[in-house]
Design a protein around this ligand. Sequence first.
Ligand SMILES: *Cc1c(COP(=O)(O)O)cnc(C)c1O
Length: 348
Amino acid sequence: MQIAKYPREKLGAFPTPLQEMPYLTKALDGPRLLVKRDDMTGLAMGGNKTRKLEFIMADAKSKGAEVIITGAGLQSNWSTQTAAAALRCGMKTVVCSAGPKDRYKPEEYGGNMLLQYVLGAEVRVFPVAFKELYERVFVDVAEEMRKKGLTPYIAKFAGSTPIGTLGYVNAMLELTHQATIQETAIDYLVTATGSGGTQAGLILGARALNTGIKVVGVSVSPTDKVAPITPLVNETAKMLDVSLTIEPEEVTVFNNYIGEGYGAIYKDVVDTIELVARTEGIFLDPVYTGKAMTGVIDLIKKGYFTKKDTVVFLHTGGQSALFPFKEPIKAMSESKTPPWTKSPWGLW
Ligand SMILES: *Cc1c(COP(=O)(O)O)cnc(C)c1O
């Protein structure tokens, strides 16, 4: 396996820190907890998409791209990171967001909407499901760019393609190297799982290096995660000449911490965000890491993780979303009825 066979744009500041969380460990009275700070990747506001984009942007450059066509939901961390990455490669971005058109209010909601506005990304909003966004909208917009004389590059699935997944194989290399230096034997690595590329890369890295680290995903949205992750691991393995394949049974994803859906907040998540902030001074986010850590806390209660284990929590970023969620966070924290739990910018 030689990841360096594939070109990489240096967009982030790596390695990100691997830190102990002694106060959270004490508060939960469970396994030794550490955090891998991929919220500190150093691109725009940081986050897991930086690692994927290092390989994706290099691919775009090699194809002569001038404009990146991408997008996900409104308030997408991926879209913000992509817009910033594109600027650092001398390219523009058209962000095609799936969401209610009348709810695109960067000035009102702040968060990633504001950041994309400040970055000068062209944002267009389409009230369609992700499938249609990827299969029709991106293709149409790319064609429009070609007609304008620009070379477009389509970046789908929030970077959860084999090329993007290389970023998290690389992250596993980085983590095991750090753990060796820090004399830390890791039993579990936990990540929030959305489109699955992060978990897929980690699984492949853990297996290819024969680390024995068990990679656990906590799902943040109701679609099946195991189905896309399995082939993503296997295809990325082929790209790297790693002769291994995995079966769906080897992918561990917990689906019971999603709540009412993607981008819907609930009281446990608010409690978790506050607990981690008030023990370790680390901010989690309501959409991804808050739910993943809620999973960790519950899995400690259920005895899945025990005091004998060392568990690394991958902080995938996303804190920009704290601000647009300020109303439900504050209300739930004070045990009052929140004005909403399903984000008003979601397609519900
Ligand atoms: C996108 C994202 C994830 C999920 O990563 P996937 O590779 O899509 O599964 C987790 N956390 C944050 C903050 C994200 O933005």
